[in-house]
Ligand binder design. Structure first.
Ligand SMILES: Cc1ncc(COP(=O)(O)O)c(C=O)c1O
Length: 375
C-alpha cells in the first residue's frame, strides 16, 4: 500500500487478521456441492440461489463498475451505498477522541454524523457564497487541515444541498497540498447530472484521493443500496475488502439490479432520464426566476435546486409556511430553513415533468393564498 495512505490508517487495523468466511474459501459454482457455510440446501421456488450467501465482492459486478467508472476492478470496493463507504472510511482512518475530519458546510450531513458517532472532532470551513453559487475556501481548508492534522477532508461535488460543483483545480490543489497528511474523500454522488466531468481520471496522480460514486441517483437505484469506493491503490482496496468491509455486504437482489442498471441495454434509458432531469432543472429554474415566492435559486449541477424563499411582510421567511402548505397538498420538499448555514432555504428534488408541473401549480395556489390573506 502507498505510504501516504498507510500512515494515516489506524494502526490496529493494519495488524488485524480479518475474517475468512466460508464463502471466501471456495468460489461458488454450479458443479460443486457446498456444505461449508451452514446455508439451507433448499432454494425457495422462484427465488433462485438466495438460499446461498452472496459473493462478498462479485467479480462480474466489479467489472461492470470498472467499465462504468474507467478504473480497474482491483481499484473498487463495492459497498451498500456511498453511505456505507463513508462510515467505513471514517472508521478506518479516524481514532476516536483523537482525530478529526474537515467538512465544508453546508454539505451532506452524514460525514458529520458518522464522525460524531465515533466520536471524532468535526472541523468546519464554510463554503464561500459567490455569484449565485458556492466555492470552496481552498486556502482556509488547507491551512486548517494542516494545522489540525486532520485525517480526512470530505469534499462533496456537486454538493448536497447547494448543488454547486467545485473547480477541479481547487479540489486537486487540496489533494496536492495535503498529500501525506490527510486523505481527501471526494463524494461524487451527483456527478452524472453535472456539466463537469468526474475526477476519477486523476486518481492515479493523487495517492491521497478517494472517490465515492453511487447508483442511487443517476442510475435510479436508491432502493438497492449500491455504491463504491474508488482508489488508485489496489492494495488499499484489498485491505478494505479483507479487514474492514462486512463479510457479505451486498444482497443478491441488489447485485442483480446493479448489473441490470449498468448493462448496455439500460444505457438509453439512463441517458434519457439524465437528459430529462437536466432540462427540467433548467425549466424549474426559469420558472422560479419570476416567482414572487422565491428570492434566489442557486446554480445547480445536481438533480435538485436549493432556493432561498422570499420574506413576508413581518420580515419572516415564508419557507416554513410554504413547506406546510405543500404538505397539505401532498407535496414533500426538504425544509432546510432552520439550519444555520441554509437559513430561509428549501431543497427541491427535480421530479418528472408531471411532478414539476404539479409543484408549479402548488406554488401558484400558495401565491393566491398569500395574496388573499394580504387583501
Ligand atoms: C452527497 C451524497 N453522498 C452520498 C449519499 C448517499 O448515497 P447512497 O444512497 O449511495 O448511500 C447521498 C444521499 O443523499 C448524498 O447526497
Amino acid at each position: 500500500m502507498n505510504e501516504h495512505l498507510k500512515k494515516l490508517i489506524r494502526t490496529h487495523y493494519l495488524s488485524l487478521s480479518g475474517y475468512v468466511s466460508a464463502g471466501m474459501e471456495a468460489a461458488k459454482g454450479d458443479e460443486k456441492i457446498f456444505m461449508n457455510a451452514n446455508e439451507n440446501p433448499y432454494a425457495l421456488p422462484g427465488l433462485g440461489s438466495m438460499n446461498r450467501y452472496p459473493e462478498p465482492q462479485p467479480i462480474e459486478l466489479l467489472e461492470a463498475y470498472a467499465k462504468t467508472y474507467g478504473v480497474e476492478p482491483s481499484q473498487i470496493l463495492a459497498t451498500r451505498g456511498a453511505d456505507e463507504s463513508i462510515k467505513l472510511l471514517t472508521r478506518v482512518f479516524c481514532e476516536p477522541h483523537k482525530d478529526s475530519i474537515l467538512i465544508h458546510p453546508p454539505t451532506f450531513g452524514i460525514y458529520k454524523v458518522d464522525a460524531q458517532s465515533l466520536p471524532v472532532e468535526v472541523l468546519e470551513v464554510p463554503l464561500i457564497e459567490e455569484a449565485g453559487s458556492f466555492a470552496l475556501d481552498t486556502e482556509k481548508m488547507i491551512e486548517t487541515a494542516k494545522s489540525k492534522k486532520t485525517k480526512i477532508v470530505y469534499i462533496c461535488s456537486p454538493n448536497n444541498p447547494t448543488g454547486s460543483s467545485f473547480a477541479h483545480e481547487d479540489i486537486l490543489n487540496i489533494c496536492t497540498e495535503l498529500e501525506g497528511t490527510s486523505v481527501v474523500i471526494l463524494d461524487e454522488a451527483y456527478v452524472e447530472f453535472s456539466a463537469k466531468e468526474s475526477l476519477t481520471p486523476k486518481l492515479a496522480e493523487h495517492s491521497n484521493l478517494i472517490i465515492l460514486r453511487t447508483l442511487s441517483k443517476a442510475y435510479s437505484l436508491a432502493g438497492a443500496r449500491m455504491g463504491v469506493t474508488l482508489c488508485a491503490d489496489k492494495n488499499f482496496i484489498t485491505f478494505m475488502k479483507e479487514k474492514v468491509a462486512d463479510i457479505y455486504p451486498l444482497p443478491l437482489p441488489s447485485v442483480m439490479a446493479a448489473l441490470r442498471a449498468l448493462s448496455p441495454e439500460s444505457k438509453d434509458n439512463f441517458q434519457n432520464n439524465i437528459q430529462s432531469i437536466r432540462s427540467e432543472r433548467e425549466r424549474l429554474k426559469e420558472e422560479f426566476r419570476t416567482s414572487r415566492l422565491i428570492k434566489k435559486t442557486y446554480i445547480s449541477d445536481a438533480n435538485f435546486l436549493l432556493v432561498k424563499m422570499a420574506i413576508d411582510q413581518g420580515d419572516k421567511s415564508i419557507a416554513g409556511d410554504f413547506i406546510a402548505f405543500c404538505l397539505s397538498q401532498d407535496l414533500i420538499l426538504r425544509d432546510l430553513s432552520d439550519k444555520p448555514d441554509t437559513q430561509g432555504c428549501i431543497r427541491i428534488t427535480i421530479g418528472s415533468p408531471e411532478q414539476n408541473d404539479y409543484l408549479i401549480k402548488v406554488m401558484k395556489r400558495f401565491e393566491d393564498k398569500m395574496a388573499a390573506a394580504a387583501a
